[in-house]
Design a binder for this molecule. Structure first.
Ligand code: HEC
Length: 177
């Protein structure tokens, strides 16, 4: 009639194992804060309606300095004056491995929604201002990227040259002793 003591022992072991696993997962998540932002696909695929030019980049700078720099730092490194106060710490927006994987739409969504402790900027900033910030955030990742000049210099016509066989290959090797 009664369940065998062996059986209940194994189920307790399994339960204990699961609890330990759960605690472990919580610790890992707490230490690394690597819970990815859940951005709806629709938002992820949104394109920046604003051209990425100097005008928009410069327009974003004062907005960034006013609303973002205290946390993310002047150059986006996540080292703003208030950064120490927050947990998780403000993201390093210059980190290429992570940042180059984000779409414009995702960054726009992140700025719009925020995530604790980062506030939402949906009401504080207009759509255009947030898209301008996306351009600025992008510039943090690749600060050395050359901005395409408005006056296009015509590229030299691509000359198709078949390379002559290397003359000096094996020169010294083929020489008889
Ligand atoms: C109160 C401090 C604070 C302010 C102000 C703030 N952020 Fe953040 N930001 C954070 C924190 C903290 C995170 C990380 C949140 C997380 O991962 O859960 C974050 C994350 C981000 C991310 C996501 C990067 C990633 O890791 O995927 C972007 C983009 C971003 N912030 C841009 C901005 C911009 C632009 C502004 C200004 C409009 C701004 N933030 C203002 C604290 C702040």
């Amino acid at each position: 009639m009664s369940t065998s003591p062996k059986k209940s022992k194994t189920s307790i072991k399994i339960l204990l194992g699961l609890v330990i696993l759960l605690i472990f997962v919580c610790i890992v998540l707490a230490v690394f804060h690597e819970t990815p932002w859940k951005v709806p696909l629709e938002d992820k695929l949104r394109k920046n309606p604003i051209p990425a030019n100097d005008t928009n980049l410069n327009a974003a700078k004062p907005i960034y300095n006013e609303y973002c720099a205290n946390c993310h730092g002047d150059t986006g490194k996540g080292d703003g004056s208030d950064a120490m106060m927050y947990d998780p710490a403000p993201s390093d927006l210059t980190e290429p491995k992570h940042m180059t994987h984000l779409t414009d739409g995702e960054i726009f969504y992140q700025i719009t929604q925020g995530r604790k402790p980062m506030p939402s900027f949906r009401k504080k900033l207009t759509d255009d201002q947030r898209w301008q910030l996306v351009i600025l955030v992008r510039s943090f990742v690749a600060p050395a990227a050359p901005t395409p000049s408005p006056t296009k210099t015509p590229e030299p016509p691509a000359t198709k040259k078949t390379e002559p066989p290397a003359k000096n290959s094996g020169q010294s090797l083929d020489r008889p002793p």
